[in-house]
Write a protein that binds this ligand. Structure first.
Ligand SMILES: C[S@@+](CC[C@H](N)C(=O)[O-])C[C@H]1O[C@@H](n2cnc3c(N)ncnc32)[C@H](O)[C@@H]1O
Length: 206
C-alpha cells in the first residue's frame, strides 16, 4: 500500500463547530478567536474515526478480527464515564464484551492499562483533578494495573503562559509538577499509599 492510496481528510473541509460546541474548548483553552479555535479543535480531535478505519487497513484487520470499538465521548460527561471512587477490590460484575460498548461506564474497575497523553494540560487544575478521579474509577485494583502517558508540566506547579500569540494556544495552561502530580494521584485520587506514582519533567516537551 503506498501513501497515495490513503484517503486524505482535509481539515478545512470539515464543518465548523457552532458556538455551543465551541463553548467548552474556549473556556479551557483560552483561545477567544472562533476561527483559531475551530482550527485547534479540528487538529486535536478531527479524523479519529477515520484513523480507526485506516488502522484496519494498516494492520490488515477488521472489526471482526480486532473487535475493539472506538468509543468517542466527553470524559466529563457522567453518562459517558460515571465518576466513582476507585476500586480496591474487584467489581462483582464480569467485563462486558468490548464490541458491545457505547460508553466507558461498563468498564469501571476493570481496565488494567489506561494510556492518556497530551490531555490533562487542556484543563484547569480543578478539572484535572476531576478527570483523574474519573479515570481512576476505570482502573482495575489488580496489582500491575496502570495509568500512563505524558502531559504538559512544569518543574514547579503553576500556570504556563503560551508564547504563540497568534492562536493563544497554551495561554494560562495549568501544569502540575512531578511532585504535585504524585500528590494528586497518591492521596487525592487514590487513598494515600495504595498507588505508586512515577513522574518526571523534561524541558521542551511541555
Ligand atoms: C492534544 S490531543 C492528544 C491526542 C492523543 N492522546 C495523542 O497523544 O496524540 C487532545 C485530545 O483530547 C481530546 N479531548 C479534548 N477534550 C476532551 C474531553 N472533554 N473528553 C474526551 N476527549 C477530549 C481531543 O479530542 C483530542 O483528541
Amino acid at each position: 500500500m503506498d501513501e497515495t492510496s490513503f484517503p486524505r481528510v482535509e481539515l478545512d473541509e470539515r464543518p465548523k463547530l457552532d458556538a455551543q460546541e465551541l463553548a467548552f474548548p474556549k473556556s479551557q483553552s483560552g483561545i477567544t478567536d472562533d476561527d483559531a479555535l475551530n482550527r485547534h479543535v479540528k487538529h486535536s480531535s478531527g479524523g479519529v474515526q477515520e484513523f480507526w478505519q485506516l488502522g484496519y487497513r494498516l494492520f490488515n484487520s477488521s472489526a471482526d478480527t480486532f473487535p475493539v470499538p472506538f468509543v468517542a465521548g466527553d470524559a466529563f460527561d457522567e453518562t459517558f464515564l460515571r465518576a466513582v471512587s476507585p476500586y480496591y477490590t474487584l467489581p462483582k460484575e464480569p467485563a462486558p464484551p468490548l464490541s458491545s460498548l457505547t460508553n466507558l461506564t461498563p468498564l469501571l474497575g476493570l481496565v488494567s492499562a489506561i494510556h492518556v497523553s497530551s490531555f490533562f494540560h487542556l484543563f484547569d487544575e480543578a478539572h484535572q483533578l476531576q478527570l483523574a478521579k474519573s479515570l481512576a474509577g476505570l482502573l482495575s485494583p489488580l496489582p500491575g494495573s496502570m495509568i500512563f502517558g505524558a502531559h504538559g508540566g512544569l518543574p514547579e506547579k503553576g500556570l504556563q503562559i503560551g508564547e504563540d500569540d497568534q492562536s493563544k494556544v497554551g495561554s494560562y495552561m495549568f501544569c502540575h509538577s512531578p511532585e504535585s502530580w504524585g500528590e494528586l494521584w497518591n492521596g487525592q485520587v487514590f487513598e494515600c499509599g495504595t498507588v505508586n506514582v512515577e513522574a518526571i519533567w523534561k524541558p521542551g516537551i511541555g
